[in-house]
Write a protein of this length. Structure first.
Length: 553
């Protein structure tokens, strides 16, 4: 008798049956059966059936990501509380609501106060505690926007934080004000940064910029992409030409359009040109609400102003008090903008506050945070408060975890040793794919197995297909060595470039050479890209850049 489990897997259900069967006597029985239904709403099920990989786990994953962000924000706040308590920078009304005995740095249950508002015991109302800085800010508005203060109009207290972010760059601010900047502002608004996978990669030899340009002329090029779409030449005010397709005529003349422009660069930083001498540049005109466009535009405006983010916001408010800030003036931008501003603020305030220069206080702070982590405590013991706040708390990013344990064991080689009189075998780990020795071995293997075939060739008066002509290209060992040296300098190889290299001795014109390569093929997949010596090519390109820079400078 044999037991057999049968499964019926559906999009939102699993059916099962366990049977016992004797195939010789053709007898059997059902031991059990049933089904499990996965609850799924009709809209999700409809999308799933249409091919969209959407499931209920996606919503859970999104919620889990939000929880993680919140927990990390709270953890940074707790660590800041503990440090700021030691150096005495926390306001007294705020300090008494924090637990430093059991839940280190956390608020006492149901007693989270506002750092900038203190309850007046006489009037029983909350008062803004940084009135001095607020009045200094009002003096700025009285000069730039006097109508704003007429008829006892109220100016938001919250704008004080932007005034302090600008003031802290050049002058001393109070201890409690610096704590406000740390806890409420920079701990929350840290900018966009993604370490793994989704980060915006810096494309080598390409410059990506935002441009807002006026359209001077739009003309029909006469070319058609398909039956409905026509290619238009859009002439811009700075002399650039932008080509795009449209089903309807473009009424862009005189209008300002926003573009993300990608420019190809040479190794020395100059703009690449094509055969006709035109600069190689591509345009993208996304929708106005496109996230990438908004991000690039905001970063462009801040860089153009030559100010920090806080100064840029405050100066904009001085000129236009009706300007909406969150989600309008400044949206998601790269973390480096906030990090640069925070670094400048810390450098100035360390000069102004003796507590931030006290080595004993710094030692007490790192002992408070890393009581049991001796290694990290020793690593940062020679640093200062600027490093502690900047790199160890506010903008801390944990290092990537080691994945050495996932490297496979070598199936050909191992080591033997004796432990307590017993012989043991310890496997040797495989070499990394990025290791130069592995790259060279893989390239040797590629060349060793390489064959070149003529698609058609006449042999003894008879036309044959797929004739092996490898020996016609590689007549001596020096020919193989030459190919290996050429491939060793490349990151990857395709069929056409390799054939062009082999046929380069014929000294044909580019068009004739392309036609000649069509007569041959290699024994690998024709439309696939194969790796060469990636590590060596990257090292070589970097060394070449260094040589160029040395020649220039």
């Amino acid at each position: 008798m044999k037991k057999i489990l049968g499964l019926d897997l559906g999009t939102n259900s699993i059916g099962w049956a366990l049977i016992e069967q004797n195939f010789e006597e053709k007898q059997g029985k059902i031991l059990g059966l049933g089904s499990r239904i996965i609850p799924m709403s009709q809209d999700i099920l409809g999308k799933f059936d249409s091919g969209q990989s959407l499931s209920q786990t996606a919503e859970r994953t999104g919620c889990r990501g939000v929880r993680r962000l919140r927990e990390r924000h709270l953890l940074r706040r707790e660590r800041l509380h503990r440090v700021l308590n030691i150096i005495g920078f926390l306001p007294k009304h705020y300090l008494k609501h924090i637990d430093f005995e059991k839940n280190f740095g956390q608020f006492i249950n149901e007693s989270e106060p506002k750092i900038v508002y203190k309850k007046n015991e006489t009037t029983n109302e909350f008062e803004f505690i940084f009135k001095t800085s607020f009045n200094e800010m009002l003096a700025d508005f009285a000069k730039e926007q006097p109508q704003l203060l007429e008829n006892n109009k109220k100016v938001p207290y919250d704008w004080t934080i932007y005034y302090l972010r600008k003031k802290a760059l050049t002058a001393k601010i109070e201890k409690e004000e610096l704590a406000w900047l740390l806890l409420l502002n920079f701990n929350q608004k840290r900018g966009y940064y993604q370490l793994r996978g989704e980060e915006e990669e810096e494309i080598e030899n390409k410059l990506v910029e935002f441009h807002s340009l006026v359209v001077v002329k739009v003309e029909d090029s006469g070319d058609k992409k398909n039956k409905d779409e026509i290619w238009y030449n859009v002439h811009l005010a700075n002399g650039w030409l932008y080509r795009r397709t449209s089903k309807e005529p473009l009424d862009w003349v005189g209008k300002t359009k926003e573009f993300i422009v990608t420019t190809d660069l040479n190794e020395d930083g100059t703009v690449k040109t094509d055969k006709e001498g035109k600069e190689k540049r591509s345009f993208r005109a996304p929708a106005e609400d496109d996230w990438t466009l908004v991000k690039k535009k905001t970063e462009f405006d801040i860089e153009k102003s030559d100010k920090t983010v806080g100064s840029y916001i405050y100066d904009t408010l001085l000129q236009n008090p009706n300007q909406k800030i969150k989600g309008k003036l400044v949206r998601t931008i790269e973390r480096k903008f906030y990090k640069d501003e925070f670094k400048q603020i810390l450098e100035k305030q360390i000069q102004e506050h003796k507590e931030l220069q006290d080595k004993n206080l710094y030692t007490a702070c790192i002992e408070e945070l890393y009581e049991n982590n001796d290694n990290h405590r020793n690593n940062i013991s020679n640093k200062d408060f600027a490093h502690l706040f900047l790199n160890d708390i506010i903008f801390y990013q944990r290092p990537l975890k080691s994945k050495k344990s996932e490297i496979s064991d070598c199936s050909f080689e191992s080591r033997k040793y004796v432990l307590n009189g017993e012989q043991k075998v310890a496997p040797i780990k495989c070499i990394a794919k990025s290791h130069p020795l592995f790259q060279e071995f893989r390239l040797l293997q590629f060349v060793q197995n390489l064959k070149i075939y003529a698609r058609e060739k006449e042999i003894n008066g008879k036309l044959e297909t797929d004739v092996n002509v490898t020996n016609d290209f590689f007549k001596t060992e020096a020919d193989w060595e030459s190919l290996l040296e050429w491939l060793n300098e490349r990151k990857a190889i395709e069929q056409e470039p390799l054939l062009k290299h082999l046929l380069s001795g014929l000294k044909l014109k580019p068009k004739a050479l392309s036609e000649e390569t069509q007569k041959y093929r290699w024994n690998y997949v024709e439309d696939k890209i194969y790796p060469c010596n990636e590590t060596h090519s990257q090292i070589s390109s970097r060394l070449e850049k260094v040589k160029i820079y040395q020649l220039i400078f």
